[in-house]
Design a protein around this ligand. Structure first.
Ligand code: BGC
Length: 748
């Protein structure tokens, strides 16, 4: 019966153990008498609901959660604090049929009108919809969406996922990844928002805000320092607190402030000696006390490793099972090892989340996903996410009316575009759920999209074998190579080069055709040994359900590209802070064992000695040249910056004018950076804000970016965020390495 859970959460579960058992039987038989019984039960609940004081939606989520908490038995409280299994995870539990086919669920409490929490992974779209008999839209990768720097796009992203979750019977997302790209080989880079905490935190926050507005519990993850997948269950991330607060944790802090998610997922790894899901500093001192987070912390799947320690540290909910937060938690309470006040705090947080996100007031109604609307949203987000990296002699945009012949090359460029794997994987339409970690190509055909843009041209597909592709490219007006790099959770990339001989493919096509354009479908940065030999390069990331049309719209100039890199593209892995990936020692425990038994201890460490110097801050400080800098991206028009003015005193505003000096309308993302006084001992500069402006040819606009004082501060362990008095330099321009406007000012 997996996946067949009734829409009406009030029908099922814990009125009493015996009743829910009889319900299993009744549902299995599905006879008319059981349906009548369900109806009667439904009516009783509906009548009850009206009189329950916490059903008054004008009360605050805190008041409502407190009222419910007072009614709960210890068993009911504990029911809120753990999952009940996940399809494919261990031995299915007897109550598995109550799940919706997603990654986890908590039980409902029908007598008190408290619904199930049905959780689904939803990084770039709702996962596992195919096995659920459903369909979901794949949006561009999270990293791709960060390249738009567009808050409205982030909101559209979240709202779409929120709607599709509910349509499929879910009321909680497990999306919201915001670990910083500290290690670009991290196999989950595509699930995150890049290397800068201000950009990443702001983008994920806007996504979560709009996702949660659809009455699903929003989530932010993986808290924290889960910056590589190698040995993720056993690695101890070592980093000093100031650096952590100013880098990875700042992204979470901003995401929480902007998005106010009701859930935080703690990560698999340990941080400075303690596993993240039993780390008092992370969960209590920072998250709950300093940031005043009112929602609940759930463990990553199998990331709980203790009962008493985890509870005291601030873990509220174990997923996906109850190895530590089921009978063991009850025993610990009865033995006085876990105080009831802790249990109450955990349960109150879960309840509060259900009220705050609207789960109680807006019960799930399964419905049909708006397929066309989803494709449109996916396409428009992708259009604003594509980053034009090279455009020699204006090879782009292609004039569809004038071009006679086009060669399209690259693996599957005739049929599809690649997507990111692991728990983020969205099922492609019409196919069953993809096995964990397999290459999934979405049915969005670059060949067809390109042919549609040039109806008078001969458009030929030449495959991916280098010699044959070069032969097909020879003599064509333009050759377009679609190159991919696949990534997934649970693995890191060995390096940043394109796999499967694609460098040779591009070299040989470029040697055969002087107008070669490369479209990259990658989850992170790639090296480009062929860069000097090609005319154009566009980074399309994992482009989503309608990626091919978005790419064609950019290649043919229907859309003027405006995306900017959310991460640095280094010249070589030798330039990374850790040229060699830090991997588990031989004989380490292994992910499976850790997750299934819960018994674990870190077996190796990664020392993040680069500290706050993540991404461009590292290359700036170390004076290392890069392939393409953070914030970089070309347009089919050009922009001029002028007229920088800084606010005075406590007014941290930065005003400047941007002019479109080219011949096409375009949107420019104007970036504002600050250099701190030498006494702050910080890298040369940091992003402190940005503004996006759409300009017609010749048009100018004055813009003001108001900088949050925190973004100008350093983190001091004793005093918290502190503005170091002294001379600050403000820099404005179109990329982290193209900042024509500069002005100094003294701040006290
Ligand atoms: C991943 C999480 C995911 C969970 C449930 C874990 O392996 O790290 O991001 O939400 O599985 O699928």
């Amino acid at each position: 019966m997996m996946g067949g859970q009734n829409n009406d959460w009030m029908v099922a579960s814990r009125m009493s153990k015996s009743l829910s058992l009889s319900l299993v039987v009744a549902l299995a038989v599905a006879g008319s008498s059981s349906l009548r019984a369900q109806h009667r039960h439904h009516n009783q609940i509906a009548a009850q609901t009206k009189n329950q004081p916490w059903m008054n939606a004008s009360l605050s989520p805190d008041e409502r959660a407190d009222m419910v908490l007072k009614q709960l038995t210890l068993d009911e409280k504990i029911d809120l604090l753990h999952g009940n299994g996940m399809p494919g995870w261990g031995t299915p539990r007897p109550n598995a049929y109550l799940g919706n086919g997603g990654a986890g669920f908590t039980l409902s409490i029908p007598r008190l009108s408290i619904p199930f929490i049905q959780m689904s992974d939803a990084a770039y779209g709702v996962r596992m919809s195919a096995d659920n008999g459903r369909y979901s839209t794949a949006l561009p990768s999270n990293l791709g969406s960060a390249a738009s720097w567009d808050l409205q796009a982030a909101c559209d992203y979240g709202a779409l996922i929120g709607r599709e979750l509910r349509a499929q019977g879910y009321n909680m997302t497990l999306g919201g990844g915001v670990n910083l790209t500290r290690e670009p080989r991290n196999g989950r880079t595509f699930e995150y928002m890049g290397e800068d905490p201000v950009l990443a935190g702001t983008m994920v926050g806007n996504r979560i805000k709009c996702e949660q507005a659809q009455h699903v519990i929003g989530d932010i993850k993986h808290y924290a320092m889960n910056d590589q997948e190698s040995g993720r269950n056993e690695v101890d991330s070592i980093i000093n607190r100031r650096a952590m607060r100013e880098s990875d944790l700042l992204a979470f802090e901003i995401g929480l402030k902007v998005g106010d998610p009701s859930a935080v997922m703690c990560s698999y790894n340990a941080v400075n000696g303690d596993y993240a899901c039993e780390n008092k500093y992370l969960l209590s001192d920072v998250l709950k006390n300093d940031w005043k987070f009112k929602g609940f912390v759930l463990s990553d799947w199998g990331g709980t490793h203790s009962t008493v320690k985890a509870s005291a540290a601030g873990l509220d909910n174990e997923e996906p099972e109850d190895l530590f937060y089921g009978p063991k938690l009850k025993e610990a309470v009865q033995a006085g090892k876990v105080p009831m006040s802790e249990i109450d705090d955990h349960a109150r947080r879960v309840l509060r989340g259900e009220f705050a996100a609207g789960l109680v007031d807006f019960p799930i109604q399964k419905s049909v996903v708006d397929v066309e609307g989803g494709l449109k949203t996916a396409r428009s987000i992708e259009e604003s996410s594509i980053v034009l990296l090279k455009n020699e002699q204006n090879v782009l945009p292609i004039d569809g009316a004038k071009v006679h012949s086009i060669a399209v090359l690259g693996l599957n460029a005739d049929t599809g575009m690649i997507s990111g794997g692991g728990s983020a994987q969205v099922d492609p339409p019409g196919r069953p759920s993809a096995p964990w970690q397999s290459h999934v190509w979405f049915p969005t055909s670059p060949l067809k999209a390109i042919a549609a843009k040039a109806p008078g041209a001969t458009v030929r597909y030449g495959g991916s074998e280098p010699a044959a592709a070069a032969e097909a490219a020879k003599g064509a007006d333009v050759a377009i190579v679609f190159a991919y790099q696949w990534e997934s959770e649970g693995m890191d990339l060995p390096d940043l080069s394109l796999p499967d001989n694609q460098d040779a493919l591009i070299e040989q096509v470029a040697a055969a055709n002087p107008h070669t354009i490369v479209v990259l479908e990658t989850g992170t940065a790639v090296t480009m040994p062929w860069l000097d030999k090609v005319s154009g390069v566009a980074e399309a990331w994992y482009a989503g359900s309608d990626g091919a049309n978005a790419v064609a719209n950019v290649l043919f100039g229907k859309v003027n590209p405006s995306g900017k890199l959310p991460m640095t593209f280094p010249r070589s892995v030798a330039d990374l802070p850790h040229p060699h990936l830090v991997t588990p020692p031989p004989g380490a425990t292994g992910t499976e064992a850790v997750q299934k038994t819960g018994e674990a201890k870190p077996t190796f460490s990664v020392h993040y000695d680069e500290g706050v110097k993540v991404g461009y801050k590292w290359y700036d400080a170390e004076h290392k040249p890069v392939l393409f800098p953070f914030g970089y991206g070309l347009s089919y028009t050009s922009y001029r910056y002028s007229g920088l003015k800084l606010g005075e005193g406590s007014d941290h505003s930065v005003t400047f004018t941007v002019t479109n000096t080219g011949e096409r309308p375009g949107t420019e993302i104007a970036e504002v950076y600050a250099g701190l006084p030498a006494a702050a001992e910080e890298p040369p500069k940091r992003l402190v804000g940005w503004a996006s402006v759409a300009l017609k040819p010749g048009e100018s606009r004055e813009m003001t970016v108001t900088v949050d004082p925190k973004y100008l501060s350093i983190y001091n362990e004793q005093k918290g965020w502190t503005l170091v008095p002294g001379q600050y330099t403000f820099l404005v321009g179109g990329s982290s390495q193209d900042l024509p406007l500069k002005q100094e000012t003294t701040l006290n």
